[in-house]
Write a protein that binds this ligand. Structure first.
Ligand code: ZN
Length: 342
């Protein structure tokens, strides 16, 4: 009842990478880098567990970029052929590599990091991977000539990786699909098919995180252009509810998404974002509980998992820590109110 988790990323410690910067270069390298990533993951696992987070993540301490971190171990991609591409339906530009031949996984991408984390997590462990549609929106294509076809090719690699991570002991595998609300009409046509290919044969819990992006300026400007109510999700939530994905993660804290859209997910567990990642103000536990209570109008409490709106990577570390504590405490407050102790 009202368990807790995080959307995924957490800030890198200042000794590992420049803080408050997305995709900052590493400050260590070689074996020392690996040790640093392990130490950082260990710290965040402990901080999350101390904050009462029940399904914890590695905070993405082992990768610089949530999409390219996976692609770096994929063959068929030319990293010398960088293209500036308008991504998320041209919302902002990113420097992306180019697919030049059929893609294949060179080796396990996240296996070592996950193996390490699973030895240290007392609670449950969740691992996030980029979704196939989002990968295709973060890479240039000079081979497949068709996004849906390329998405299926990447979904196959994601599936190989996910099966391996499941065998290592991961409890939840989440695919991040921020591209879903940039290409709403494509989600029911091929976006969900590609996700299904990615989760094929998995027995662990599966999740998809959809969102309106990190709290970076380009996203803030775009959000302002979306009007008073963000109803984009209505276009594909019915299809998502029909899908085989177990959990859906979305932003509900200080968001203009009308919570009534949650009623479209009646067969899913909902990761209710109750922490605003675009603000450095730390929520009070009461505020977190109040956001969760509002979601309860549309989702039964057994299906609610309290979560952050999105990744917290760009926030100052002490702010992210404060927000994790507020999340844990807010969920506990609501459980108590509902008559469930702990
Ligand atoms: Zn997000």
């Amino acid at each position: 009842m009202i368990t807790t988790t995080v959307a995924g990323s957490l800030p890198k410690p200042a000794w590992l990478a420049e803080p408050e910067k997305l995709w900052a270069p590493w400050r260590l390298d070689g074996d020392v880098l690996v040790e640093g990533q392990q130490d950082a993951a260990l710290a965040w696992i402990k901080i999350q567990e101390d904050a009462g987070i029940e399904i914890v993540s590695d905070g993405e301490q082992f990768r610089k970029h949530f999409v390219h971190g996976f692609l770096e171990q994929v063959g068929g991609i030319d990293w010398q052929r960088m293209t500036t591409m308008g991504i998320r339906d041209d919302r902002y530009d990113a420097e992306v590599p180019t697919v030049t031949s059929a893609v294949k996984r060179k080796k396990s991408v996240h296996g070592d990091g996950v193996k390490f984390c699973c030895q240290h997590v007392n609670n449950k462990f969740k691992f996030t991977l980029p979704g196939p549609m989002t990968i295709c929106d973060t890479i240039a294509d000079a081979h497949y000539g068709d996004r849906a076809k390329m998405a299926m090719a990447f979904a196959e690699l994601l599936n190989e990786e996910a099966r391996e991570l499941e065998a290592l002991g991961v409890d939840v595998i989440q695919f991040d699909e921020p591209a879903f609300n940039a290409f709403m009409d494509q989600v029911p046509i091929w976006g969900i098919d590609a996700l299904h290919r990615a989760i094929d044969g998995l027995t662990c819990t599966t999740a998809v995180h959809i969102c309106y992006g990190y709290g970076i300026q380009e996203n803030i400007d775009w959000k302002e252009s979306l009007g008073e109510e963000w109803r984009q999700y209505e276009q594909f939530f019915p299809a998502l509810n029909e899908s085989r994905i177990d959990q859906i993660s979305l932003e509900c804290a200080d968001s203009k998404v009308p919570l009534s859209v949650l009623a479209l997910l009646k067969d899913k567990d909902v990761l209710v974002g109750a922490i605003d990642v675009a603000s450095e103000i730390i929520e009070t536990p009461e505020k977190v509980a109040s956001t969760l209570r509002s979601a309860m109008e549309f989702v039964d409490p057994e299906r609610i998992i309290a979560c952050t709106n999105c990744g917290m990577a760009p926030l100052p570390r002490h702010v992210a820590e404060g927000k994790l504590k507020a999340l844990g405490a807010g969920a506990a407050l609501l459980r108590k109110e509902l008559g469930f102790s702990g």
